[in-house]
Design a protein around this ligand. Structure first.
Ligand code: FES
Ligand code: FES
Length: 197
């Protein structure tokens, strides 16, 4: 009985030691292992995609079911596009595909091959903010900021599409972007400001 207890304790200590050692492995080594694994171990439903995002070409191995939103956030670390609902209902994930607004949570990454994708990170010109970004700052177009990347991407498209004839028209064409903070007045003013430039 005593021997059995000693054995259990020793096993416990060994397993704990192994777990502690694994936890201490640097994140970079773990990331390297994940990278090697994805290249060397063939997986079902994985395909090689080349996507042009913010004027940079990225070649990635992705599960064919991956959405564009998950790809930019989780594989490219472009976390500006937000996952509000993941169901096409809030607009927080809005990006531009070939200059037109699109909900990245409803777009499979594989559908975006060969197209120009712009996320909020690619909107500014270097350190120079896009006029719509400046207008949002100047007109208080946000409060918590969670919906803001999607609002700005939609707002740019709204101006490009010419849907800025009246407050009602702006509200109609921005109705796919929800703001829990209720910053709608500032958002409409931002769009009017840019449309008038
Ligand atoms: S996260 Fe895409 S519409 Fe809400
Ligand atoms: S600014 Fe908070 S959700 Fe829109």
């Amino acid at each position: 009985m005593a021997h059995k207890e000693q054995y259990s304790r020793r096993s416990f200590l060994k397993i704990s030691g192994l777990l502690a050692a694994f936890a201490a492995v640097p994140t970079s080594v773990k990331a390297f292992y994940q990278d090697v694994k994805q290249y060397l171990i063939p997986k079902k439903n994985v395909s090689r995609l080349t996507l042009n995002i913010n004027k940079t070409s990225h070649t990635l191995y992705v599960d064919t079911r991956t959405t564009l939103l998950d790809l930019v956030r989780e594989q490219l670390n472009l976390t500006g596009s937000k996952k509000g609902c993941d169901h096409g209902q809030c607009g927080a994930c809005t990006v531009h595909i070939d200059g037109e607004r699109a909900l990245s949570c409803l777009t499979l990454a594989s559908m975006a091959q060969g197209k120009e994708i712009t996320t909020i990170e690619g909107l500014a010109n270097g350190k120079e903010l896009h006029p719509m970004q400046k207008a949002f700052v100047e007109c208080d177009g946000f409060q918590c900021g969670y919906c803001t990347p999607g609002q700005i991407m939609s707002a740019v498209a709204c101006v490009n599409e010419g849907h800025t004839g009246s407050v009602e028209e702006i509200k109609e064409y921005m109705s796919g972007n929800l703001c829990r903070c209720g910053a709608y007045n500032g958002i409409v003013q931002s769009i009017q400001k840019v449309a008038a430039q």
